[in-house]
Design a binder for this molecule. Structure first.
Ligand code: NAP
Length: 399
């Protein structure tokens, strides 16, 4: 890819001559005037996401009523359908800063007008017994605050990934959950996706021997958007960029496949600050991730590379190739041992969304231990920060 102005070498030279030259600080300095602000506000109809043709039927007895906060692409396209589809949950309310959009979505889910909340009226959900839990589907920079508001209203919370911008924010969310004595789950859908579950099982059973390397890619090309019209390019709303948003899938895969957490990371960011898309965040982040067993992963994630979503694990006895690895649907996987290739089809990837939400309901109703708790989001946030710290200092960071 073209790396106009900040190769690793030049980046390190810049940090060597003083932090004032750091793209991170330059990004912070220029972040205010042209960016979407870091506050909850309504947005237009998203560029994807379908509404149901007919409203879902009445909830089953004991079903958990969930308010979905943020009616963007993912909220409309995946979160609402998953909540409606899972046996043990139903859509009880919507929360949005766009009243027309909220009314349309509420009608499609058969909700009465008084089940539509705005960001200004959100606190009133405390008195609404139809709502037991809140699903936060807002930009990342708003996750901590709105999770705290939801706990303050006495509700359980499932929060989209990445959990928050920093480990400190993640800790605030966990503390709020404990204070409220309510569940907190991070919506890491791949922990409920058949291909990723099968891959984890195979690695645990030693299907490729001892894992030596894992290569992950999570890349796509952001269109013509800028920080004025896409929160994913706004540092205060997205954090560091592609790593939190998309590379997180690769990072997570390295951990559930090895069954380990990293002992050391070496990060590298590539900046293209002359490109209007990347004035606040790096275009690409790479990381070398070392595990206690000796396995080493190489992660590449970018908003400026052709689409790619792969995980390739190589062990002493073979190779597991997942391509695509973590899509919403249609993942593919094969096991290679010598000349033999076995294609594996463990099930429809699309079940991951409703299974995840069902797990949240089981945690609430049956006190099942949450597979993807706030502590997992905190762990990941710490690793992400370590990768960025390494990129800034040019030194490996030990965890
Ligand atoms: N698990 C996954 O595979 C996956 C995939 C995509 C996204 N996500 C996560 O889902 C969350 C939302 O992503 P998305 O793709 O749905 O984003 P999106 O399409 O941009 O929608 C975000 C929605 O958040 C609300 N919002 C409130 N304040 C906002 C602000 N200052 N700037 C922008 N939006 C604001 C708006 O809803 P209203 O107009 O209703 O107020 C907006 O439509 C993020 O945490 C993202 O990481 C997860």
């Amino acid at each position: 890819m073209t790396d106009k102005n900040t190769s690793r070498r030049t980046f390190l030279q810049m940090t060597g001559v003083g932090l004032a030259a750091s793209p991170w600080l330059a990004a912070c300095a220029t972040a205010q005037s042209t960016s979407i602000p870091r506050r909850a506000q309504g947005m237009p109809w998203p560029n994807w996401g379908e509404l149901p043709e007919t409203p879902p039927g009445p909830p089953k007895a004991g079903s958990v009523g969930i308010a979905v906060v943020g009616l963007g692409g993912y909220g409309i396209g995946k979160s609402l359908p998953a909540v409606a589809e899972a046996e043990g949950t139903h859509v009880a309310a919507v929360v949005s800063g766009n009243p027309e959009k909220a009314a349309k979505v509420a009608a499609a889910y058969g909700l009465p007008d008084d089940a539509i909340y705005s960001y200004d009226t959100f606190a009133r959900i405390a008195e609404d017994d139809r709502i037991e839990a809140v699903y936060i589907v807002l930009p990342t920079g708003l996750h901590a605050e709105w999770t705290e508001f939801a706990f303050a209203a006495g509700k359980h919370v499932i929060c989209e990934k990445p959990m928050a911008l920093t480990p400190a924010e993640c800790e605030r969310m966990i503390a709020a959950s404990k204070r409220a004595n309510k569940k907190l789950m991070i919506a890491y859908r791949c922990h409920f996706e058949p291909y990723n579950l099968k891959a984890t099982e195979l690695m645990k059973a030693g299907a490729i021997g001892a894992i030596q390397t894992i290569e992950t890619t999570n890349c796509y090309t952001v269109g013509t958007a800028t920080p004025a019209d896409d929160w994913r390019l706004v540092k205060a709303l997205t954090g560091g960029g592609a790593l939190e948003d998309y590379g997180l899938y690769g990072l997570q895969a390295t951990m559930y496949l090895t069954g380990e957490t990293p002992s050391k990371v070496i990060g590298q960011t590539e900046w293209q600050t002359e490109d209007p898309r990347f004035t606040e965040i790096p275009a690409t982040t790479r990381a070398e991730i070392h595990f206690p067993s000796g396995a080493v992963a190489n992660l590449t994630t970018s908003y400026n590379m052709p689409g790619s979503n792969t995980v390739i694990a190589t062990g002493t006895d073979g190779k597991l190739i997942m391509d695509p690895a973590t899509y919403y649907d249609g993942n593919a996987m094969k096991l290679v041992k010598g000349d033999a290739e076995t294609v594996l089809t463990p099930g429809a990837s699309s079940v991951q969304f409703s299974r995840m939400v069902q797990h949240f309901a089981d945690a609430i109703r049956k006190d099942v231990e949450i597979k993807t708790p706030g502590e997992m989001g905190l762990r990941d946030s710490k690793i992400i920060q370590a990768i960025y710290k390494s990129a800034q200092t040019g030194e490996a960071v030990t965890l």
